[in-house]
Design a protein. Structure first.
Length: 163
Protein backbone atom coordinates (compact mmCIF):
# COMPACT_ATOMS: atom_id res chain seq x y z
CA UNK A 1 0.00 0.00 0.00
CA UNK A 2 2.62 2.56 1.01
CA UNK A 3 4.63 1.92 -2.14
CA UNK A 4 1.50 2.89 -4.14
CA UNK A 5 0.93 6.13 -2.22
CA UNK A 6 4.59 7.13 -1.98
CA UNK A 7 4.53 8.89 -5.38
CA UNK A 8 1.49 10.91 -4.28
CA UNK A 9 3.24 11.77 -1.04
CA UNK A 10 6.35 12.94 -2.91
CA UNK A 11 4.27 15.34 -5.02
CA UNK A 12 2.45 16.67 -1.95
CA UNK A 13 5.74 17.12 -0.09
CA UNK A 14 7.19 19.09 -3.00
CA UNK A 15 4.15 21.38 -3.16
CA UNK A 16 4.17 22.04 0.58
CA UNK A 17 7.93 22.61 0.65
CA UNK A 18 7.71 25.06 -2.26
CA UNK A 19 5.09 27.01 -0.29
CA UNK A 20 6.92 26.75 3.02
CA UNK A 21 3.75 25.29 4.55
CA UNK A 22 2.85 22.31 6.71
CA UNK A 23 -0.04 19.89 7.03
CA UNK A 24 -1.71 18.08 9.92
CA UNK A 25 -3.75 14.91 9.38
CA UNK A 26 -6.85 13.45 11.00
CA UNK A 27 -7.15 9.88 9.79
CA UNK A 28 -10.52 8.22 10.35
CA UNK A 29 -11.48 5.06 8.49
CA UNK A 30 -8.04 5.21 6.86
CA UNK A 31 -6.56 4.20 10.22
CA UNK A 32 -3.36 6.22 9.93
CA UNK A 33 -2.56 5.41 6.30
CA UNK A 34 -2.76 9.04 5.15
CA UNK A 35 -0.17 10.09 7.71
CA UNK A 36 1.93 6.98 7.12
CA UNK A 37 1.97 7.71 3.38
CA UNK A 38 3.21 11.25 3.94
CA UNK A 39 5.87 9.98 6.33
CA UNK A 40 7.40 7.79 3.61
CA UNK A 41 9.03 10.98 2.32
CA UNK A 42 12.49 11.59 3.80
CA UNK A 43 12.67 14.83 5.79
CA UNK A 44 8.90 14.88 6.35
CA UNK A 45 9.39 17.22 9.29
CA UNK A 46 9.75 19.97 6.67
CA UNK A 47 6.05 19.72 5.78
CA UNK A 48 4.31 17.42 8.30
CA UNK A 49 3.30 18.62 11.76
CA UNK A 50 1.50 15.58 13.15
CA UNK A 51 -1.61 13.47 13.05
CA UNK A 52 -4.10 11.39 14.94
CA UNK A 53 -6.43 8.53 14.22
CA UNK A 54 -9.96 9.54 15.10
CA UNK A 55 -11.71 6.26 15.75
CA UNK A 56 -13.72 7.09 18.85
CA UNK A 57 -15.55 10.00 20.42
CA UNK A 58 -12.76 10.20 23.02
CA UNK A 59 -10.09 10.56 20.33
CA UNK A 60 -12.23 13.16 18.58
CA UNK A 61 -12.63 15.17 21.76
CA UNK A 62 -8.90 15.10 22.56
CA UNK A 63 -7.58 15.83 19.05
CA UNK A 64 -10.01 18.55 18.07
CA UNK A 65 -10.83 20.12 21.44
CA UNK A 66 -14.25 21.23 20.22
CA UNK A 67 -17.39 21.39 22.32
CA UNK A 68 -19.90 18.61 21.66
CA UNK A 69 -22.28 21.27 20.34
CA UNK A 70 -19.93 21.84 17.38
CA UNK A 71 -21.07 18.48 16.02
CA UNK A 72 -24.79 19.17 16.45
CA UNK A 73 -26.77 17.77 13.55
CA UNK A 74 -23.71 16.16 11.95
CA UNK A 75 -23.17 12.51 11.15
CA UNK A 76 -19.90 10.68 10.64
CA UNK A 77 -18.80 10.02 7.06
CA UNK A 78 -20.36 13.32 5.96
CA UNK A 79 -18.94 16.38 4.27
CA UNK A 80 -19.61 18.83 7.10
CA UNK A 81 -18.17 16.45 9.70
CA UNK A 82 -14.93 15.99 7.73
CA UNK A 83 -14.62 19.75 7.11
CA UNK A 84 -15.02 20.54 10.79
CA UNK A 85 -12.28 18.03 11.60
CA UNK A 86 -9.93 19.29 8.88
CA UNK A 87 -10.15 22.83 10.23
CA UNK A 88 -9.75 21.70 13.82
CA UNK A 89 -6.68 19.51 13.20
CA UNK A 90 -5.07 22.33 11.21
CA UNK A 91 -5.71 24.88 13.95
CA UNK A 92 -4.86 22.65 16.92
CA UNK A 93 -1.58 21.51 15.36
CA UNK A 94 -0.62 25.00 14.13
CA UNK A 95 -0.38 24.00 10.46
CA UNK A 96 -1.45 25.91 7.35
CA UNK A 97 -3.30 22.86 6.00
CA UNK A 98 -5.47 20.23 7.60
CA UNK A 99 -6.83 17.08 6.02
CA UNK A 100 -9.42 14.84 7.62
CA UNK A 101 -11.03 11.64 6.42
CA UNK A 102 -14.26 10.22 7.80
CA UNK A 103 -15.72 7.09 6.32
CA UNK A 104 -17.19 3.64 6.63
CA UNK A 105 -14.80 0.93 5.50
CA UNK A 106 -17.11 -2.04 5.95
CA UNK A 107 -16.86 -5.33 7.69
CA UNK A 108 -19.04 -3.95 10.49
CA UNK A 109 -21.80 -1.38 10.84
CA UNK A 110 -20.89 2.31 11.08
CA UNK A 111 -22.24 4.11 14.20
CA UNK A 112 -23.94 6.78 12.05
CA UNK A 113 -25.43 4.26 9.66
CA UNK A 114 -23.19 5.35 6.78
CA UNK A 115 -23.01 2.71 4.08
CA UNK A 116 -19.83 0.69 3.68
CA UNK A 117 -17.60 2.14 1.01
CA UNK A 118 -18.34 5.82 1.70
CA UNK A 119 -15.58 8.27 2.61
CA UNK A 120 -15.39 12.04 2.89
CA UNK A 121 -11.96 13.65 2.68
CA UNK A 122 -11.84 17.34 3.56
CA UNK A 123 -9.04 19.86 3.27
CA UNK A 124 -8.92 23.15 5.16
CA UNK A 125 -6.24 25.61 4.14
CA UNK A 126 -5.13 29.21 4.45
CA UNK A 127 -7.54 32.08 3.91
CA UNK A 128 -10.66 30.02 4.58
CA UNK A 129 -9.95 27.52 1.79
CA UNK A 130 -12.13 24.40 2.08
CA UNK A 131 -12.61 21.44 -0.23
CA UNK A 132 -14.35 18.09 0.19
CA UNK A 133 -14.25 14.94 -1.91
CA UNK A 134 -16.69 12.07 -1.46
CA UNK A 135 -15.60 8.58 -2.49
CA UNK A 136 -18.14 5.78 -2.92
CA UNK A 137 -16.69 2.36 -3.68
CA UNK A 138 -19.93 0.42 -3.23
CA UNK A 139 -17.85 -2.28 -1.57
CA UNK A 140 -17.84 -3.90 1.87
CA UNK A 141 -14.18 -4.96 1.48
CA UNK A 142 -12.52 -3.31 4.49
CA UNK A 143 -8.86 -3.36 3.42
CA UNK A 144 -9.59 -2.37 -0.19
CA UNK A 145 -11.73 0.52 1.07
CA UNK A 146 -9.03 1.72 3.45
CA UNK A 147 -6.58 1.79 0.56
CA UNK A 148 -9.04 3.50 -1.81
CA UNK A 149 -9.96 6.09 0.82
CA UNK A 150 -6.28 6.85 1.49
CA UNK A 151 -5.48 7.33 -2.20
CA UNK A 152 -8.57 9.55 -2.61
CA UNK A 153 -7.66 11.66 0.43
CA UNK A 154 -4.10 12.17 -0.79
CA UNK A 155 -5.43 13.13 -4.23
CA UNK A 156 -7.78 15.59 -2.56
CA UNK A 157 -4.87 17.21 -0.72
CA UNK A 158 -2.73 17.30 -3.84
CA UNK A 159 -5.56 18.89 -5.86
CA UNK A 160 -6.13 21.51 -3.16
CA UNK A 161 -2.42 22.41 -3.10
CA UNK A 162 -2.36 22.74 -6.87
CA UNK A 163 -5.33 25.11 -6.63
Amino acid sequence: MLEQTHEQALRIAQLLRERGEKVAVADGATGGLIAASLLTVPGALDFFVGSGVVYSFRARDVLFDLPREAYAGMRGASEDYALLQAGAIRDNFGAQWGIAESGSVGGSSHPSGAPAGRSCAAVAGPGGFEFVRVTETGSDERIANMEAFTRAALQTLENALRG
